[in-house]
Design a protein around this ligand. Structure first.
Ligand SMILES: [Mg+2]
Length: 165
């Protein structure tokens, strides 16, 4: 099913070069909000900087794919020293294709890392990349997000995956 991730981890920093090698992944397409940053990018999740350096040192290509506007994403991408695709329109697959093209890698060797089933994971499965679901670090307070998270809890249960939020 299109909302089921290939891999589920608690946090992005649990991803190792070894795990990626086993799945033939050489490029990570990274969601930003609640995956590597919290508070709309004001702070990083614990250990994210060191993890990014470790991935780069292992030869893993990294690119940001966010649905947010470039105005908000450009400073974050600069701070993390990563290329980016903003206004990604996830769950449509086109942003994933753009990201793979920008990194000059085959789509089948990419994995999306994200915290949302209905955008990151659904879009990743539509695009044909591997999908890695992480637990959201800080739950959103808006009504729209509360509904989305409630749907995700049901989907996780349906997929027999653990739900830590
Ligand atoms: Mg997110």
């Amino acid at each position: 099913m299109l909302t089921k991730p290939n891999i589920q981890l608690n946090k992005v920093t649990n991803i190792t070069p070894d795990l990626l090698k086993r799945h033939n992944i050489n490029c990570l397409i990274l969601d930003v909000d609640n995956t590597i940053c919290i508070n709309k990018g004001k702070s990083m999740i614990v250990g994210a900087n060191r993890w990014l350096l470790k991935m780069k040192a292992a030869g893993i290509k990294l690119i940001i794919l966010s649905n947010a506007k470039p105005q908000r994403m450009v400073p974050i991408a600069q701070r993390l020293d990563l290329p980016m695709v903003a206004l990604g329109l996830k769950p449509l697959p086109f942003g994933y294709f753009r990201a793979a093209k920008k990194m000059d890698v085959s789509i089948k060797n990419c994995a999306i890392v994200g915290d949302q089933l209905l955008t990151d994971i659904l879009g990743g499965n539509l695009a044909g990349v591997k999908t890695i679901l992480v637990t959201p670090t800080l739950l959103e307070t808006s009504r729209g997000f509360k509904i989305k998270r409630a749907i995700e809890r049901k989907l996780l249960k349906f997929h027999k995956l653990k739900c830590n939020f």
